[in-house]
Write a protein that binds this ligand. Structure first.
Ligand SMILES: [Zn+2]
Ligand SMILES: [Zn+2]
Length: 141
């Protein structure tokens, strides 16, 4: 038995409640998984190792919610990341629009303002284009 295999066998035998897979041991000793596997079979160390890693859960990079591996954001944050925050220039309210449609509109209408509602949009357009509000002007008569 070579020195390396001895060290690997010893390491696995002394795994004290530690969770390791064959691949973890292989990486630790800079050898192949197959090599470790053969040692495990030969030395009947199968019950010392786990088949699948109990790897730390993947967390959403924004809110730390548990998510499935291979993803970066949870569904809530993913949805949020597709929204753009605006403050309505008319009423000062914060609101959100879909990034995709904002990008589209900003490209098509570069000086477009985003307003929270049709109502604010109406009064914004009104003040911009100087539409008179008949009910206001009739007050002084
Ligand atoms: Zn999240
Ligand atoms: Zn508004």
């Amino acid at each position: 038995m070579s020195n390396l295999s001895e060290r690997i066998v010893e390491y696995i035998q002394n795994l004290d409640g530690e969770v390791a897979r064959e691949i973890d041991v292989a990486n630790k000793f800079g050898t192949s998984k197959q090599y470790v596997h053969l040692l495990v079979i030969k030395n009947k160390l199968g019950d010392k190792l786990v088949k699948y890693s109990l790897s730390p859960p993947v967390l959403c990079s924004s809110c730390n919610a548990k998510i499935s591996p291979g993803r970066n954001l949870c569904s809530v944050c993913n949805k949020k990341s597709k929204l753009v925050n605006f403050t309505c220039p008319v009423c000062g309210r914060d609101f959100q629009r879909k990034k995709s449609s904002v990008n589209y509109l900003a490209k098509k209408f570069p000086d477009r303002k985003f307003l929270c509602s049709k109502k604010c949009n109406g009064s914004y357009q009104g003040s911009r284009y100087g539409f008179r509000k008949s009910e206001k002007t009739s007050e002084n008569t």
